[in-house]
Design a protein around this ligand. Structure first.
Ligand SMILES: Cc1cc2nc3c(=O)[nH]c(=O)nc-3n(C[C@H](O)[C@H](O)[C@H](O)COP(=O)(O)OP(=O)(O)OC[C@H]3O[C@@H](n4cnc5c(N)ncnc54)[C@H](O)[C@@H]3O)c2cc1C
Length: 459
Protein backbone atom coordinates (compact mmCIF):
# COMPACT_ATOMS: atom_id res chain seq x y z
CA UNK A 1 0.00 0.00 0.00
CA UNK A 2 1.33 3.42 -0.96
CA UNK A 3 3.01 5.42 1.83
CA UNK A 4 0.83 8.42 1.09
CA UNK A 5 -2.39 6.40 1.69
CA UNK A 6 -1.01 5.10 4.99
CA UNK A 7 -0.14 8.65 6.02
CA UNK A 8 -3.65 9.87 5.22
CA UNK A 9 -5.18 6.99 7.19
CA UNK A 10 -2.96 7.93 10.15
CA UNK A 11 -4.24 11.50 9.85
CA UNK A 12 -7.78 10.16 10.19
CA UNK A 13 -7.45 7.74 13.13
CA UNK A 14 -4.06 8.46 14.70
CA UNK A 15 -0.91 6.31 14.34
CA UNK A 16 -1.90 3.64 16.88
CA UNK A 17 -4.76 2.44 14.72
CA UNK A 18 -3.15 1.94 11.32
CA UNK A 19 -0.80 -0.89 10.46
CA UNK A 20 0.62 -2.49 7.35
CA UNK A 21 3.21 -4.46 9.31
CA UNK A 22 3.34 -8.05 7.93
CA UNK A 23 3.33 -9.66 11.37
CA UNK A 24 0.58 -7.51 12.80
CA UNK A 25 -1.82 -7.89 9.89
CA UNK A 26 -1.64 -11.70 9.86
CA UNK A 27 -4.69 -12.07 12.06
CA UNK A 28 -6.75 -9.88 9.71
CA UNK A 29 -6.43 -12.14 6.68
CA UNK A 30 -8.78 -15.08 7.13
CA UNK A 31 -12.11 -15.99 8.66
CA UNK A 32 -13.12 -19.50 9.76
CA UNK A 33 -13.66 -21.07 6.35
CA UNK A 34 -11.90 -24.42 5.74
CA UNK A 35 -8.24 -23.97 4.89
CA UNK A 36 -8.53 -25.82 1.60
CA UNK A 37 -11.14 -23.43 0.21
CA UNK A 38 -9.87 -20.16 1.63
CA UNK A 39 -9.70 -17.38 -0.96
CA UNK A 40 -6.17 -16.42 -1.97
CA UNK A 41 -5.42 -13.31 0.11
CA UNK A 42 -3.62 -10.23 -1.13
CA UNK A 43 -0.31 -9.62 0.64
CA UNK A 44 -0.69 -5.89 0.16
CA UNK A 45 -3.19 -4.40 2.53
CA UNK A 46 -3.37 -1.97 5.38
CA UNK A 47 -5.52 -2.40 8.48
CA UNK A 48 -7.24 0.64 9.94
CA UNK A 49 -9.27 0.67 13.15
CA UNK A 50 -11.63 3.64 13.24
CA UNK A 51 -13.15 4.67 16.55
CA UNK A 52 -16.06 6.78 15.26
CA UNK A 53 -18.47 6.92 12.33
CA UNK A 54 -16.92 10.18 11.16
CA UNK A 55 -13.57 8.38 10.78
CA UNK A 56 -15.21 5.59 8.76
CA UNK A 57 -16.70 8.28 6.54
CA UNK A 58 -13.31 9.89 5.94
CA UNK A 59 -11.71 6.50 5.21
CA UNK A 60 -14.43 5.80 2.63
CA UNK A 61 -13.92 9.21 1.01
CA UNK A 62 -10.21 8.46 0.71
CA UNK A 63 -10.83 4.97 -0.70
CA UNK A 64 -13.35 6.38 -3.20
CA UNK A 65 -11.03 9.11 -4.32
CA UNK A 66 -8.18 6.62 -4.86
CA UNK A 67 -10.46 3.75 -5.98
CA UNK A 68 -8.93 1.39 -3.41
CA UNK A 69 -10.94 -1.70 -2.46
CA UNK A 70 -12.28 -1.73 1.11
CA UNK A 71 -12.93 -4.87 3.12
CA UNK A 72 -14.75 -4.54 6.44
CA UNK A 73 -13.73 -6.98 9.12
CA UNK A 74 -16.11 -7.84 11.93
CA UNK A 75 -15.39 -10.71 14.33
CA UNK A 76 -13.79 -12.79 11.55
CA UNK A 77 -16.04 -15.75 12.42
CA UNK A 78 -17.57 -15.91 8.93
CA UNK A 79 -17.64 -19.17 7.02
CA UNK A 80 -17.56 -17.86 3.45
CA UNK A 81 -14.25 -15.99 3.16
CA UNK A 82 -16.10 -12.65 3.13
CA UNK A 83 -13.62 -10.60 5.16
CA UNK A 84 -10.48 -11.82 3.37
CA UNK A 85 -8.91 -9.04 1.24
CA UNK A 86 -8.13 -10.55 -2.16
CA UNK A 87 -6.97 -7.29 -3.78
CA UNK A 88 -4.66 -4.61 -2.52
CA UNK A 89 -7.08 -3.16 0.04
CA UNK A 90 -7.87 -1.06 3.04
CA UNK A 91 -9.20 -3.40 5.72
CA UNK A 92 -11.49 -1.57 8.14
CA UNK A 93 -11.54 -3.47 11.42
CA UNK A 94 -14.57 -2.53 13.50
CA UNK A 95 -13.11 -3.75 16.80
CA UNK A 96 -12.88 -0.29 18.43
CA UNK A 97 -16.45 0.65 17.57
CA UNK A 98 -17.85 -1.49 20.35
CA UNK A 99 -19.91 0.92 22.44
CA UNK A 100 -23.29 -0.11 23.75
CA UNK A 101 -25.01 3.17 23.04
CA UNK A 102 -28.33 2.44 24.71
CA UNK A 103 -30.43 -0.36 26.14
CA UNK A 104 -33.93 1.08 25.77
CA UNK A 105 -36.06 -1.17 27.96
CA UNK A 106 -39.24 0.84 27.31
CA UNK A 107 -39.08 0.29 23.56
CA UNK A 108 -37.37 -3.09 24.02
CA UNK A 109 -34.57 -2.07 21.67
CA UNK A 110 -30.80 -1.73 21.90
CA UNK A 111 -28.65 0.75 20.00
CA UNK A 112 -25.19 -0.70 19.44
CA UNK A 113 -22.07 0.18 17.53
CA UNK A 114 -21.34 -2.38 14.85
CA UNK A 115 -18.23 -3.75 16.58
CA UNK A 116 -20.12 -4.93 19.69
CA UNK A 117 -19.71 -8.70 19.84
CA UNK A 118 -22.57 -11.05 20.58
CA UNK A 119 -20.82 -11.96 23.82
CA UNK A 120 -20.58 -8.30 24.85
CA UNK A 121 -24.27 -7.78 24.13
CA UNK A 122 -25.32 -10.87 26.09
CA UNK A 123 -23.10 -9.85 29.02
CA UNK A 124 -24.62 -6.37 29.01
CA UNK A 125 -28.18 -7.74 28.92
CA UNK A 126 -27.42 -9.86 32.01
CA UNK A 127 -27.43 -6.57 33.93
CA UNK A 128 -31.03 -5.92 32.90
CA UNK A 129 -33.00 -8.56 34.66
CA UNK A 130 -35.22 -10.42 32.28
CA UNK A 131 -33.84 -9.19 28.94
CA UNK A 132 -32.20 -11.22 26.19
CA UNK A 133 -31.35 -11.34 22.52
CA UNK A 134 -32.19 -14.63 20.84
CA UNK A 135 -30.19 -14.90 17.60
CA UNK A 136 -27.17 -17.06 18.31
CA UNK A 137 -24.79 -18.18 15.58
CA UNK A 138 -22.28 -20.59 17.11
CA UNK A 139 -19.43 -18.17 17.82
CA UNK A 140 -20.07 -15.33 20.28
CA UNK A 141 -17.08 -13.43 18.86
CA UNK A 142 -19.30 -12.43 15.90
CA UNK A 143 -20.03 -8.70 15.83
CA UNK A 144 -23.38 -6.98 15.39
CA UNK A 145 -22.34 -5.49 12.03
CA UNK A 146 -21.09 -8.86 10.78
CA UNK A 147 -24.21 -10.63 12.02
CA UNK A 148 -26.37 -8.00 10.34
CA UNK A 149 -24.72 -8.13 6.92
CA UNK A 150 -24.53 -11.92 6.92
CA UNK A 151 -28.14 -12.07 8.16
CA UNK A 152 -26.97 -14.63 10.72
CA UNK A 153 -29.25 -17.43 11.82
CA UNK A 154 -28.28 -20.25 14.15
CA UNK A 155 -30.08 -22.84 16.20
CA UNK A 156 -32.80 -20.59 17.60
CA UNK A 157 -34.15 -19.43 14.24
CA UNK A 158 -36.97 -21.97 14.49
CA UNK A 159 -38.62 -19.80 17.12
CA UNK A 160 -36.99 -16.40 16.68
CA UNK A 161 -36.07 -16.16 13.02
CA UNK A 162 -32.84 -14.67 11.65
CA UNK A 163 -31.21 -11.24 12.04
CA UNK A 164 -33.55 -9.65 9.49
CA UNK A 165 -36.39 -10.00 11.94
CA UNK A 166 -34.63 -8.15 14.73
CA UNK A 167 -32.83 -5.22 13.10
CA UNK A 168 -35.05 -2.16 13.02
CA UNK A 169 -32.51 0.32 11.74
CA UNK A 170 -28.87 0.89 10.92
CA UNK A 171 -26.38 3.69 10.50
CA UNK A 172 -24.41 3.02 7.34
CA UNK A 173 -21.54 4.70 5.54
CA UNK A 174 -21.73 4.59 1.76
CA UNK A 175 -18.62 4.16 -0.41
CA UNK A 176 -18.84 7.91 -1.11
CA UNK A 177 -18.43 8.58 2.62
CA UNK A 178 -22.01 9.76 3.05
CA UNK A 179 -23.57 8.65 6.36
CA UNK A 180 -27.14 7.30 6.26
CA UNK A 181 -29.56 6.73 9.14
CA UNK A 182 -31.99 4.03 8.02
CA UNK A 183 -35.08 2.84 9.89
CA UNK A 184 -35.36 3.54 13.61
CA UNK A 185 -37.07 2.37 16.77
CA UNK A 186 -40.23 1.81 14.78
CA UNK A 187 -42.36 -1.30 14.75
CA UNK A 188 -44.22 -0.04 11.69
CA UNK A 189 -42.50 1.95 8.97
CA UNK A 190 -43.67 1.86 5.38
CA UNK A 191 -42.03 5.00 4.08
CA UNK A 192 -40.48 4.00 0.77
CA UNK A 193 -38.19 1.11 -0.10
CA UNK A 194 -36.72 -0.66 2.92
CA UNK A 195 -33.01 -0.01 2.50
CA UNK A 196 -32.23 -1.37 5.96
CA UNK A 197 -33.38 -4.78 4.80
CA UNK A 198 -31.42 -4.43 1.58
CA UNK A 199 -28.20 -3.97 3.55
CA UNK A 200 -28.93 -7.03 5.69
CA UNK A 201 -27.32 -9.97 3.93
CA UNK A 202 -25.23 -7.68 1.68
CA UNK A 203 -21.96 -9.08 3.13
CA UNK A 204 -20.10 -5.78 3.14
CA UNK A 205 -20.58 -5.17 -0.59
CA UNK A 206 -22.84 -2.10 -0.38
CA UNK A 207 -21.92 -0.05 2.69
CA UNK A 208 -20.16 -0.13 6.06
CA UNK A 209 -22.60 -0.68 8.92
CA UNK A 210 -21.50 1.45 11.87
CA UNK A 211 -24.52 1.12 14.18
CA UNK A 212 -27.55 -1.13 14.58
CA UNK A 213 -30.89 -0.76 16.30
CA UNK A 214 -31.85 -4.17 17.54
CA UNK A 215 -34.99 -5.60 19.11
CA UNK A 216 -34.50 -7.18 22.53
CA UNK A 217 -36.87 -9.53 24.31
CA UNK A 218 -38.01 -10.71 27.72
CA UNK A 219 -36.15 -13.79 28.84
CA UNK A 220 -37.96 -17.09 29.37
CA UNK A 221 -37.48 -18.37 32.92
CA UNK A 222 -37.83 -22.10 32.41
CA UNK A 223 -36.01 -24.41 30.05
CA UNK A 224 -35.47 -28.08 29.38
CA UNK A 225 -33.63 -30.15 26.80
CA UNK A 226 -34.84 -33.41 25.31
CA UNK A 227 -32.61 -35.90 23.52
CA UNK A 228 -34.72 -37.98 21.13
CA UNK A 229 -32.97 -40.86 19.31
CA UNK A 230 -34.65 -42.35 16.24
CA UNK A 231 -33.94 -45.53 14.29
CA UNK A 232 -33.58 -43.56 11.03
CA UNK A 233 -33.28 -39.93 9.99
CA UNK A 234 -36.67 -40.11 8.24
CA UNK A 235 -38.41 -40.79 11.56
CA UNK A 236 -36.61 -37.84 13.09
CA UNK A 237 -37.64 -35.57 10.19
CA UNK A 238 -41.30 -36.63 10.44
CA UNK A 239 -41.27 -35.94 14.17
CA UNK A 240 -39.93 -32.43 13.46
CA UNK A 241 -42.74 -31.72 10.99
CA UNK A 242 -45.32 -32.94 13.50
CA UNK A 243 -43.80 -30.78 16.24
CA UNK A 244 -43.99 -27.71 14.00
CA UNK A 245 -47.60 -28.52 13.06
CA UNK A 246 -48.57 -28.96 16.72
CA UNK A 247 -48.01 -25.26 17.34
CA UNK A 248 -45.57 -25.80 20.18
CA UNK A 249 -42.41 -24.08 18.99
CA UNK A 250 -39.16 -25.20 20.62
CA UNK A 251 -36.27 -22.78 21.05
CA UNK A 252 -34.11 -25.09 18.93
CA UNK A 253 -34.39 -28.43 17.17
CA UNK A 254 -30.96 -29.73 16.20
CA UNK A 255 -30.24 -32.90 14.27
CA UNK A 256 -26.97 -34.84 14.08
CA UNK A 257 -26.08 -38.32 12.90
CA UNK A 258 -25.82 -40.20 16.18
CA UNK A 259 -22.17 -41.17 15.70
CA UNK A 260 -21.32 -37.44 15.76
CA UNK A 261 -23.01 -36.93 19.14
CA UNK A 262 -21.29 -40.06 20.48
CA UNK A 263 -17.84 -39.18 19.05
CA UNK A 264 -17.96 -35.52 20.11
CA UNK A 265 -19.06 -36.48 23.64
CA UNK A 266 -16.16 -38.93 23.85
CA UNK A 267 -13.74 -36.27 22.61
CA UNK A 268 -14.98 -34.03 25.44
CA UNK A 269 -14.60 -36.79 28.02
CA UNK A 270 -18.38 -37.21 28.31
CA UNK A 271 -20.73 -40.05 27.54
CA UNK A 272 -23.66 -39.77 25.15
CA UNK A 273 -26.46 -41.41 27.08
CA UNK A 274 -28.83 -42.17 24.19
CA UNK A 275 -27.47 -45.50 23.04
CA UNK A 276 -29.98 -46.75 20.52
CA UNK A 277 -30.86 -45.66 16.99
CA UNK A 278 -28.77 -43.78 14.46
CA UNK A 279 -30.28 -40.28 14.24
CA UNK A 280 -30.74 -38.00 17.23
CA UNK A 281 -32.65 -34.80 17.84
CA UNK A 282 -31.66 -32.31 20.50
CA UNK A 283 -34.79 -30.34 21.32
CA UNK A 284 -34.44 -27.26 23.52
CA UNK A 285 -37.56 -25.83 25.09
CA UNK A 286 -37.93 -22.57 26.92
CA UNK A 287 -41.11 -21.10 28.36
CA UNK A 288 -42.35 -18.38 30.67
CA UNK A 289 -43.96 -20.69 33.22
CA UNK A 290 -43.20 -24.13 34.60
CA UNK A 291 -46.62 -25.34 33.53
CA UNK A 292 -46.08 -24.25 29.90
CA UNK A 293 -42.73 -26.02 29.94
CA UNK A 294 -44.25 -29.17 31.35
CA UNK A 295 -47.01 -29.15 28.70
CA UNK A 296 -44.51 -28.64 25.87
CA UNK A 297 -42.29 -31.46 27.12
CA UNK A 298 -45.29 -33.79 27.35
CA UNK A 299 -46.56 -32.88 23.89
CA UNK A 300 -43.16 -33.23 22.22
CA UNK A 301 -42.43 -36.53 23.93
CA UNK A 302 -45.74 -37.84 22.65
CA UNK A 303 -45.04 -36.68 19.09
CA UNK A 304 -41.58 -38.28 19.17
CA UNK A 305 -43.03 -41.53 20.49
CA UNK A 306 -45.60 -41.62 17.66
CA UNK A 307 -42.72 -41.27 15.19
CA UNK A 308 -40.87 -44.33 16.50
CA UNK A 309 -38.54 -42.52 18.87
CA UNK A 310 -36.66 -45.18 20.84
CA UNK A 311 -36.48 -43.44 24.21
CA UNK A 312 -36.39 -39.81 25.20
CA UNK A 313 -33.90 -38.45 27.69
CA UNK A 314 -34.78 -35.34 29.63
CA UNK A 315 -32.42 -32.72 31.05
CA UNK A 316 -33.87 -30.10 33.36
CA UNK A 317 -30.85 -28.90 35.33
CA UNK A 318 -28.81 -26.11 33.75
CA UNK A 319 -25.54 -28.04 34.02
CA UNK A 320 -26.99 -31.06 32.22
CA UNK A 321 -28.51 -28.91 29.51
CA UNK A 322 -25.27 -26.98 29.00
CA UNK A 323 -23.41 -30.27 28.61
CA UNK A 324 -25.76 -31.47 25.87
CA UNK A 325 -25.50 -28.16 24.03
CA UNK A 326 -21.72 -28.29 24.36
CA UNK A 327 -21.65 -31.64 22.56
CA UNK A 328 -23.78 -30.20 19.76
CA UNK A 329 -21.69 -27.06 19.41
CA UNK A 330 -18.30 -28.80 19.54
CA UNK A 331 -19.02 -31.34 16.81
CA UNK A 332 -16.93 -29.34 14.35
CA UNK A 333 -13.79 -29.93 16.42
CA UNK A 334 -14.54 -33.64 16.20
CA UNK A 335 -14.82 -33.75 12.40
CA UNK A 336 -12.75 -30.81 11.19
CA UNK A 337 -9.62 -32.76 10.32
CA UNK A 338 -11.61 -35.06 8.05
CA UNK A 339 -13.48 -32.51 5.97
CA UNK A 340 -12.24 -30.52 3.00
CA UNK A 341 -15.44 -28.63 2.18
CA UNK A 342 -18.64 -28.00 4.06
CA UNK A 343 -22.07 -26.77 3.04
CA UNK A 344 -25.09 -25.11 4.56
CA UNK A 345 -27.80 -25.67 2.02
CA UNK A 346 -31.44 -25.21 2.99
CA UNK A 347 -34.64 -26.74 1.63
CA UNK A 348 -38.31 -26.49 2.62
CA UNK A 349 -38.84 -28.43 5.85
CA UNK A 350 -41.05 -31.02 4.12
CA UNK A 351 -38.18 -31.83 1.73
CA UNK A 352 -35.56 -32.45 4.42
CA UNK A 353 -35.95 -36.25 4.61
CA UNK A 354 -35.63 -36.66 0.82
CA UNK A 355 -32.73 -34.21 0.70
CA UNK A 356 -30.77 -35.90 3.49
CA UNK A 357 -31.48 -39.21 1.73
CA UNK A 358 -30.01 -37.80 -1.50
CA UNK A 359 -26.89 -36.52 0.28
CA UNK A 360 -26.29 -39.89 1.89
CA UNK A 361 -26.86 -41.76 -1.39
CA UNK A 362 -24.45 -39.46 -3.21
CA UNK A 363 -21.79 -40.10 -0.57
CA UNK A 364 -22.30 -43.85 -1.00
CA UNK A 365 -22.05 -43.54 -4.78
CA UNK A 366 -18.62 -41.92 -4.39
CA UNK A 367 -17.60 -44.54 -1.79
CA UNK A 368 -17.18 -41.88 0.85
CA UNK A 369 -19.09 -40.61 3.86
CA UNK A 370 -20.74 -37.36 4.81
CA UNK A 371 -21.59 -35.87 8.19
CA UNK A 372 -25.12 -34.55 8.46
CA UNK A 373 -25.86 -31.87 11.02
CA UNK A 374 -28.95 -29.72 10.70
CA UNK A 375 -30.90 -26.83 12.14
CA UNK A 376 -33.54 -29.23 11.03
CA UNK A 377 -36.70 -27.33 11.84
CA UNK A 378 -35.48 -24.55 9.50
CA UNK A 379 -34.67 -27.01 6.72
CA UNK A 380 -31.02 -25.92 7.05
CA UNK A 381 -28.78 -28.93 6.45
CA UNK A 382 -25.01 -28.82 6.99
CA UNK A 383 -22.94 -31.57 5.38
CA UNK A 384 -19.48 -31.99 3.94
CA UNK A 385 -17.06 -33.61 1.53
CA UNK A 386 -14.32 -35.65 3.20
CA UNK A 387 -10.63 -35.80 2.42
CA UNK A 388 -9.33 -39.02 0.89
CA UNK A 389 -5.86 -39.90 2.22
CA UNK A 390 -5.52 -36.34 3.47
CA UNK A 391 -6.16 -34.85 0.00
CA UNK A 392 -9.10 -33.19 -1.74
CA UNK A 393 -10.61 -36.04 -3.76
CA UNK A 394 -10.65 -35.63 -7.54
CA UNK A 395 -14.44 -35.96 -7.57
CA UNK A 396 -14.96 -33.07 -5.09
CA UNK A 397 -16.10 -30.47 -7.65
CA UNK A 398 -18.44 -32.92 -9.37
CA UNK A 399 -19.90 -34.15 -6.08
CA UNK A 400 -20.52 -30.58 -4.98
CA UNK A 401 -22.45 -29.84 -8.17
CA UNK A 402 -24.52 -32.99 -7.71
CA UNK A 403 -25.31 -32.02 -4.14
CA UNK A 404 -26.46 -28.63 -5.40
CA UNK A 405 -28.56 -30.35 -8.08
CA UNK A 406 -30.25 -32.35 -5.33
CA UNK A 407 -30.76 -29.18 -3.32
CA UNK A 408 -32.32 -27.31 -6.28
CA UNK A 409 -34.55 -30.27 -7.13
CA UNK A 410 -36.05 -29.90 -3.65
CA UNK A 411 -36.58 -26.15 -4.07
CA UNK A 412 -33.53 -25.28 -1.98
CA UNK A 413 -30.78 -22.69 -1.73
CA UNK A 414 -26.98 -23.09 -1.69
CA UNK A 415 -26.72 -21.23 1.60
CA UNK A 416 -29.20 -20.96 4.44
CA UNK A 417 -27.02 -18.85 6.71
CA UNK A 418 -23.29 -18.58 6.02
CA UNK A 419 -23.74 -16.52 2.86
CA UNK A 420 -22.08 -16.44 -0.55
CA UNK A 421 -18.92 -14.63 0.52
CA UNK A 422 -16.00 -15.23 -1.81
CA UNK A 423 -16.25 -19.01 -1.93
CA UNK A 424 -19.70 -19.41 -3.49
CA UNK A 425 -19.75 -16.61 -6.08
CA UNK A 426 -19.85 -19.07 -8.98
CA UNK A 427 -22.34 -21.28 -7.19
CA UNK A 428 -24.73 -18.36 -6.90
CA UNK A 429 -24.75 -18.08 -10.69
CA UNK A 430 -26.14 -21.60 -10.82
CA UNK A 431 -28.96 -20.87 -8.43
CA UNK A 432 -30.16 -17.47 -9.60
CA UNK A 433 -32.06 -16.48 -12.68
CA UNK A 434 -30.06 -14.11 -15.01
CA UNK A 435 -32.67 -11.39 -14.56
CA UNK A 436 -32.31 -11.55 -10.78
CA UNK A 437 -28.51 -11.45 -11.04
CA UNK A 438 -28.76 -8.41 -13.31
CA UNK A 439 -30.92 -6.61 -10.74
CA UNK A 440 -28.37 -7.44 -8.04
CA UNK A 441 -25.55 -6.06 -10.20
CA UNK A 442 -27.63 -2.93 -10.78
CA UNK A 443 -28.18 -2.43 -7.04
CA UNK A 444 -24.47 -2.92 -6.41
CA UNK A 445 -23.69 -0.23 -9.02
CA UNK A 446 -26.08 2.28 -7.48
CA UNK A 447 -24.47 1.93 -4.05
CA UNK A 448 -20.92 1.35 -5.20
CA UNK A 449 -20.30 2.66 -8.74
CA UNK A 450 -16.53 2.07 -8.56
CA UNK A 451 -16.84 -1.44 -7.11
CA UNK A 452 -14.63 -0.72 -4.14
CA UNK A 453 -16.79 -2.41 -1.47
CA UNK A 454 -15.48 -5.92 -0.91
CA UNK A 455 -14.96 -6.75 -4.60
CA UNK A 456 -15.14 -10.44 -5.48
CA UNK A 457 -17.84 -11.06 -2.88
CA UNK A 458 -21.43 -12.23 -3.52
CA UNK A 459 -21.83 -10.92 -7.08
C1 LIG B 1 -18.16 -22.31 15.23
C2 LIG B 1 -19.00 -21.42 14.33
C3 LIG B 1 -20.37 -21.64 14.27
C4 LIG B 1 -21.17 -20.83 13.45
N1 LIG B 1 -22.51 -21.05 13.44
C5 LIG B 1 -23.30 -20.23 12.71
C6 LIG B 1 -24.72 -20.41 12.73
O1 LIG B 1 -25.25 -21.30 13.38
N2 LIG B 1 -25.46 -19.56 11.98
C7 LIG B 1 -24.91 -18.55 11.22
O2 LIG B 1 -25.65 -17.79 10.58
N3 LIG B 1 -23.57 -18.39 11.18
C8 LIG B 1 -22.76 -19.19 11.89
N4 LIG B 1 -21.40 -19.01 11.86
C9 LIG B 1 -20.82 -18.00 10.95
C10 LIG B 1 -20.55 -16.60 11.54
O3 LIG B 1 -20.45 -16.62 12.93
C11 LIG B 1 -21.62 -15.59 11.08
O4 LIG B 1 -21.63 -15.49 9.68
C12 LIG B 1 -21.42 -14.20 11.70
O5 LIG B 1 -22.59 -13.48 11.47
C13 LIG B 1 -20.24 -13.43 11.11
O6 LIG B 1 -20.02 -12.25 11.88
P1 LIG B 1 -18.55 -11.62 12.01
O7 LIG B 1 -18.68 -10.36 12.78
O8 LIG B 1 -17.60 -12.60 12.51
O9 LIG B 1 -18.28 -11.26 10.47
P2 LIG B 1 -16.93 -11.41 9.61
O10 LIG B 1 -16.57 -12.84 9.46
O11 LIG B 1 -15.90 -10.49 10.14
O12 LIG B 1 -17.45 -10.84 8.22
C14 LIG B 1 -18.47 -11.47 7.49
C15 LIG B 1 -18.86 -10.58 6.31
O13 LIG B 1 -19.46 -9.38 6.78
C16 LIG B 1 -18.73 -8.22 6.37
N5 LIG B 1 -18.81 -7.27 7.50
C17 LIG B 1 -18.47 -7.53 8.80
N6 LIG B 1 -18.76 -6.45 9.56
C18 LIG B 1 -19.28 -5.50 8.73
C19 LIG B 1 -19.78 -4.18 8.92
N7 LIG B 1 -19.80 -3.60 10.11
N8 LIG B 1 -20.24 -3.50 7.84
C20 LIG B 1 -20.21 -4.06 6.60
N9 LIG B 1 -19.75 -5.32 6.37
C21 LIG B 1 -19.30 -6.03 7.42
C22 LIG B 1 -17.36 -8.72 6.03
O14 LIG B 1 -16.74 -7.88 5.08
C23 LIG B 1 -17.66 -10.11 5.49
O15 LIG B 1 -18.04 -10.05 4.14
C24 LIG B 1 -20.58 -19.81 12.67
C25 LIG B 1 -19.19 -19.61 12.73
C26 LIG B 1 -18.41 -20.41 13.54
C27 LIG B 1 -16.93 -20.16 13.58
Amino acid sequence: MREQIIRELIDITGPDYVTADREQIQSYIFDQVEETYRPEPSRDFVVVKPGRTEEVSQIMKLASREKIPVVVRGGGTGLAGGCTPIYSSIVISMERMNRIVEIDADNMMAVLEAGVTLMELLTELEKYEGLSFPVHPGDEGAQMGGMAVTNAGGARAVRHGVMRKHIMGVEAVLPSGEVLELGGKLIKNNAGYNLTQLLLGSEGTLAVITRVILKIYPKDKYSATIVAPFPHFENACRAVMDILKSGSVPLAVEYMDKRLFVGTAEMLGLEWQAKEGDSDLLIILSEKTEEQLYNSVREINEICRKNSCLETLFAGKKREQDELLLVRSQHYEYIKNDICDSFDMAVPVSQVPAFIGDLKHLAEEYHTGTNVIAHIADGNVHNDILYVDGKIPNYAAELKQRMYDACFSHGGTITGEHGVGKIRVNDLLRQKDPAELELMRGIKKVFDPDNIMNPGTVI
